[in-house]
Design a protein around this ligand. Sequence first.
Ligand SMILES: Nc1ncnc2c1ncn2[C@@H]1O[C@H](COP(=O)(O)OP(=O)(O)OP(=O)(O)O)[C@@H](O)[C@H]1O
Ligand SMILES: [Mg+2]
Length: 503
Amino acid sequence: MLENNPPATIRSKVRLRRAAGSLLEIFKLEKHPPTTDLRLVESEQRYQAVIENASHMIQSVRPDGTFEFVNKAWKTSLGYTDEDLANITIFAIIHPDYLDHCMADFMRAIRGETVEFLETRFLSKDGRTVPVEGSVTSRFLGEEVVATHGFFRDITERLHAREMEERAAQLEREERARYLEKMAALGKLSAGLAHELNNPAAAVQRASAGLRETLQRRDTAMRQLAGVCLDPGSWQAMEEILGQVQPDRSDPVAVSEAEGVIEAWMEDHDVARAWEYAPALAEAGINVQQLAAIANQVPATSLPAAVRWVTETLVFGESTEIIAQSSRRIAELVQAIKGYTHMDRATEHDADIHDGLENTLTILAHQLRNVDVHRQYDRSIPAIRMYGNTLNQVWTNILDNAVDAMNGMGRIVIRTGLHDDQVIVEIEDNGKGIPTEVLPRIFEPFFTSKPQGQGTGLGLDTVWRIVTQEHDGSITATSEPGRTVFHVSLPIASPSETEGAAA
Ligand SMILES: Nc1ncnc2c1ncn2[C@@H]1O[C@H](COP(=O)(O)OP(=O)(O)OP(=O)(O)O)[C@@H](O)[C@H]1O
Ligand SMILES: [Mg+2]
């Protein structure tokens, strides 16, 4: 608007006053003062006042970059005085990062183009960066551009609000990602656990399903033996022989060979369907000498019944052993789950670090099935103060990464010890190692070297937060190909804390 009214040229206040003064002189001297000049002065004063009091920052800059005029808002925002401005150009107050861009816009304005929208950063006198947005127009004298006029607004507040909004959105995204990571980790753990529980559960089911028939067959054989009136001594002798039978399945070839020998022995002794009994007898670990000893206790005609009785008794014993072992394993797993998830303890407590390590190893048994886990525990180390079950997440994430780094197969060493009143846990793996350039970044949230969809990069971020923030400890990692060590250091529970926890 201003540049379209050449008479309303912006001048400094001094010049304006001088002009008004000289007009006044003319007015005094002349009987009929020229009203056009007076209107000019009045108009100039009006524009001057509007510009001076505008809330926007307004500047007028000559084509050589020197300042012609700036308003009050401009000076208030940036802190320069008229004297300061007399000695600098516009380029001195533009943030270096924005200089190239502003130069280009300035050149456009000098060519007479209007720059409709410009966002830049000014530097205030006290060194602050002031973000502004606005537009730039040109003022002409005839065809020539004599100044550029910039109208700017300080957008610090708005950018700050936008930044806060973005930060909040980012936090929400991170929160969500962490939640999803937890769910994924939980899913992975439960899948492994389901597998671990499934094996003994299936074994119990298989063993118990055959038990009823085994017992029936054993009873039938027993009734036949009872019919020949065996004396108590023979029964006892047979039971003693069976008591000595030990299954040894470490060498399947040996078991298979034993099966052939047993079958041949039974055929030699006229036991019908020898092929049916031989596998179970060989599996159970009985040998032909023991069978011969049993044969000595019964009449030859009752040998087939005795073999059936022996077979079913051994099968029965084995089934009950499988059931006992499997249910022990199930109970162990349930116990580990309870310890791992901390279902039965208060949130804050003192505990032996080894319990958590062992529970975690049990929970991860499926993932660790092809890994040699070496425990180098110092069982004498004192308890540490724990907060909930979160340290188990630490061991889980470190072990999980170790297993990934060795593609599921290798060696893991877990060391515990005491150093300077700190409990130390070291977890070492012989996987591919962490490249030197990657090592400083592994604890960063969302840093992952795994293909998309395989890692969120939150595992070690979680570890770092639990160790340092929740437990006041520290964690470091060292690595070379074939040897990566995570070193966790945790403060031991102080005696007063221990007493408090005990009370
Ligand atoms: N034992 C290790 N051996 C080799 N590299 C490792 C080991 N532990 C961590 N890293 C590296 O550190 C990165 C970050 O690990 P972090 O556990 O934070 O995320 P992630 O395993 O990639 O993903 P997530 O754990 O979320 O599934 C991994 O991608 C891997 O490059
Ligand atoms: Mg991980």
